[in-house]
Design a protein. Structure first.
Length: 171
């Protein structure tokens, strides 16, 4: 947005008031859509029956040393949590339940840390990674799993969303 504005372009950004997942699923399945990007989980669960993969992005600095994509697990800085093993009793926020990075990765990370289901409070749903980070900022949630590329972009272009947030692990 800032880059377009600095070039003299009129920039209008709209953010949804609510969850847009169903609209995305309609768009991804539409015969009018020629090219789009999807999260991996909707593709694995449903879209593979409707679309073809034509490529995948190669993001720098978002993969583990073996080249596998990873997400960042973040917590509010004020909680003074340094790793995922200290998360018991905290409130998770997820982007939506069909998000590999914003839902599945957090569940896997918590399972690998051997948390009992009742040791983490019920999750709240945000509708997107930026909103999850905003909920951490507002104290409405304590932990989240964020797509690494999105986290980098928000760090650069909307730094207020990542202030007072600490990366405590990877999914």
């Amino acid at each position: 947005v800032d880059a377009l504005a600095s070039c003299g372009q009129v920039v209008h950004v709209e953010t949804p008031d609510g969850l847009v997942h169903e609209k995305l699923m309609e768009m991804w399945r539409s015969n009018q859509t020629a090219l789009s990007q999807s999260c991996g989980l909707p593709f694995v669960e449903d879209l593979h029956e409707h679309v073809d993969v034509v490529g995948t992005f190669l993001w720098t600095d978002v993969s583990d040393p073996q080249g596998r994509y990873q997400t960042v697990i973040v917590a509010r800085e004020a909680l003074n949590v340094s790793n995922i093993c200290e998360l018991g009793g905290l409130r998770p926020v997820v982007s939506n339940t069909q998000s590999l990075s914003g839902w599945c990765s957090l569940g896997v990370a918590l399972a690998e840390a051997k948390f009992a289901k009742n040791s983490v409070q019920p999750y709240v749903m945000s509708g997107g990674h930026a909103r999850s980070l905003q909920m951490l900022q507002d104290g409405e949630a304590d932990i989240a799993s964020i797509d690494s590329a999105t986290y980098q972009l928000l760090s650069r272009h909307r730094p207020a969303l990542v202030n007072n947030v600490r990366v405590i692990g990877y999914g």
